[in-house]
Design a protein around this ligand. Structure first.
Ligand code: ZN
Length: 478
C-alpha cells in the first residue's frame, strides 16, 4: 500500500466523525474568541486520538495546540472555527432565510476549515504510528481569524518557532495550491471627544467631534496621492455623534484600515494617518485617542512546501461530483445575479482570464486541479496565516466547497456549508494536507525542510516581527 492509499483509507474510515464535527460547528456558529463549544468539538476528537492538548494558549481561552510524537521534524496543521456576525442562514435553502435573525453564521466556511486540518493531523499521526516515523505532528486550534488575528498573537507568543512546515487551506470554489501572497493590513479606531452644546444658541461653546472626523477624512483623502500605489485606505463611521443636527456632537469614532504589500509600508502609512487625526483634533479643539486593532502580516507562500502540497493534490486527484451535486450548484448559481456572481481571480486557477471566464460560465463546480507555478503577485485580501508564514515555512491550498461564482462572506456560503459538496472538500483536503505532511516527515535527508527554511530566510532575513506592540491583548482588537 502506498502512503497515499493508506491516508485515503484512514480518512475515509473516519468520514462520519469529520462531517458530523463540521455540521456541529456550523450549528454553533460562534464568533471570534467565543468559540468555546466549537473548540471543544475538535479537542474531544484530538484527545480520543491520543493527542496531548494544551488549551488557552497565547492569552486566548479558545486557542489550543494538540501534539503527537516528539522531536524533529515538527509538522503543523492550522485550523480555524469562528463564524461571522449577522450571517445566520438555513442550510440547503435556496433563498435568504436565517435560522435566527441577526445571529452569526459560517459565511467563510471555517466549520470545514478546522475539521479538514484536524483530519490531516489525525491521518498523519496514524501513518507515523503504523510506520514508526520520527517527528511531531501538531494541530493548532486558531480562533478569531475574522477581524481578530488569533494567529498573529500565537506567532507573537513564539508558538510556531520550532515548526518546520505548516500546512493549511481555505474553503473555496476552486481546487488549487495557494500561489499568491496576501496583503498586510492594520485597522485603527480613532475616537474624538469634543464639547457638546446647543448648535443654535451657543455653537461657540461647542467643540465638534463630528467636524474632527470630517476633517480627518479630508486629510486622508489628500494623503492618498502621496502613498505607494498599492496602498489601500478604507474607513467607516462607527459613531457620527448622534442624530440631532441641532446639537454640537461631543463624541465620534472612525475606523480606518490600511493595506499594503509589506507590513512596514502599512506601519509607515498608519503613522501618517495618525498625524492627520492629530491635526484634525487640533483644528477642532477636540481630544483624539487612537486604538490599534487587527493586524495581519502579508502571506509568504513557501515554494518548496507548496510544491509538495501540489504533488499531494495530484496524487489524491481532482474532486468528482455526482449529477445531484452539479444540479445543487446550478440552483445556487441561478440565484446569483451579475451583482452577486463572484468571478474568481483567474491567476489562482492557472488559466488565462478568458479561459477562466469561459470555464466559470460553463461549470457550476470546479472539477480539475489548478496548476502550481511560483508567483510574485498579491491577492487583494488579507489573512492571519500571513503571520505564521513569516515565522515558519507555510503552504496552503483551496478546495471547492461551493458553486463557482458564490461570493465570500455571504449567506450563500452558509447555505452550502452542510452540503455533500462541502463534506467532500473536508475529506479531499484532509487527504492532501496529510500526504504533504507525511512527505516532509519521510524525507530523511531533510532536504525539503532545509530548502523551505532557506526560501523563508531569503524573504525575511529570518526575523519575524509581530506587528502588535507588546501590551496589546487579543481582546483589545475585537
Ligand atoms: Zn476565512
Amino acid at each position: 500500500m502506498t502512503a497515499r492509499d493508506e491516508i485515503v483509507a484512514y480518512i475515509e474510515k473516519r468520514k462520519d466523525v469529520y462531517t458530523e464535527a463540521s455540521d456541529q460547528i456550523w450549528e454553533y456558529a460562534e464568533l471570534a474568541l467565543e468559540e468555546t463549544r466549537s473548540a471543544a468539538v475538535l479537542i474531544e476528537i484530538l484527545k480520543k486520538e491520543g493527542f496531548l492538548v494544551t488549551e488557552g494558549v497565547a492569552d486566548m481561552p479558545t486557542a489550543f495546540v494538540a501534539e503527537f510524537g516528539c522531536g524533529k521534524p515538527v509538522i503543523a496543521y492550522l485550523g480555524e472555527y469562528d463564524a461571522l456576525p449577522g450571517l445566520s442562514q438555513k442550510a440547503d435553502v435556496f433563498a435568504q432565510d436565517p435560522v435566527m435573525k441577526d445571529a452569526p453564521g459560517h459565511g467563510c466556511g471555517h466549520n470545514l476549515l478546522g475539521v479538514a486540518a484536524l483530519a490531516a493531523a489525525v491521518a498523519a499521526k496514524q501513518y507515523m504510528e503504523a510506520h514508526g516515523t520520527k517527528g511531531t505532528v501538531r494541530f493548532y486550534g486558531c480562533p478569531a481569524e475574522e477581524g481578530g488575528c488569533g494567529k498573529s498573537f500565537m506567532a507573537r507568543e513564539g508558538l510556531f518557532r520550532d515548526v518546520d512546515a505548516a500546512f493549511t487551506w481555505h474553503p473555496s470554489t476552486i481546487y488549487s495550491p495557494w500561489i499568491m501572497s496576501s496583503l498586510s493590513v492594520m485597522s485603527m479606531d480613532f475616537q474624538f471627544t469634543g464639547k457638546t452644546s446647543h448648535a443654535g444658541s451657543a455653537p461657540h461653546l461647542g467643540r465638534s467631534a463630528l467636524d474632527a472626523c470630517e476633517l480627518m477624512n479630508v486629510g486622508v483623502n489628500y494623503l492618498r496621492e502621496h502613498v505607494p500605489e498599492e496602498v489601500r485606505m478604507h474607513y467607516a463611521y462607527l459613531d457620527a455623534g448622534g442624530t440631532a443636527a441641532n446639537i454640537v456632537q461631543g463624541h465620534s469614532k472612525l475606523r480606518y484600515m490600511v493595506r499594503a504589500k509589506k507590513m512596514q509600508t502599512v506601519l509607515d502609512v498608519a503613522a501618517r494617518i495618525k498625524d492627520v487625526a492629530r491635526g484634525a483634533a487640533l483644528m477642532t479643539g477636540t481630544q483624539m485617542e487612537c486604538r490599534e486593532k487587527a493586524c495581519f502580516s502579508d502571506f509568504i507562500p513557501n515554494p518548496t512546501l507548496t510544491n509538495v502540497l501540489y504533488e499531494s493534490m495530484c496524487e489524491i486527484g481532482a474532486p468528482s461530483f455526482t449529477d445531484e451535486e452539479y444540479k445543487y450548484a446550478e440552483k445556487i448559481r441561478s440565484l446569483l445575479n451579475s451583482a452577486t456572481f463572484c468571478t474568481l481571480d483567474h491567476r489562482e486557477t492557472g488559466m488565462s482570464r478568458e479561459e477562466a471566464t469561459d470555464y466559470f460560465e460553463k461549470h457550476a463546480l470546479f472539477d480539475r486541479i489548478g496548476p502550481y507555478k511560483e508567483s510574485e503577485e498579491y491577492m487583494s485580501a488579507s489573512t492571519d496565516v500571513g503571520d505564521v508564514s513569516q515565522a515558519t515555512p507555510t503552504a496552503q491550498m483551496r478546495a471547492p466547497c461551493y458553486a463557482i461564482g458564490t461570493p465570500g462572506h455571504s449567506w450563500y456560503i452558509v447555505a452550502q456549508g452542510k452540503s455533500s459538496i462541502a463534506h467532500k472538500a473536508i475529506l479531499i483536503t484532509g487527504k492532501c494536507l496529510a500526504l504533504a505532511g507525511v512527505k516532509v516527515l519521510e524525507d530523511t535527508s531533510g532536504e525539503i525542510i532545509k530548502r523551505a527554511r532557506q526560501e523563508l530566510l531569503e524573504k525575511t532575513g529570518g526575523i519575524y516581527h509581530c506587528p502588535f506592540p507588546e501590551g496589546v491583548k487579543p481582546q483589545d482588537v475585537l
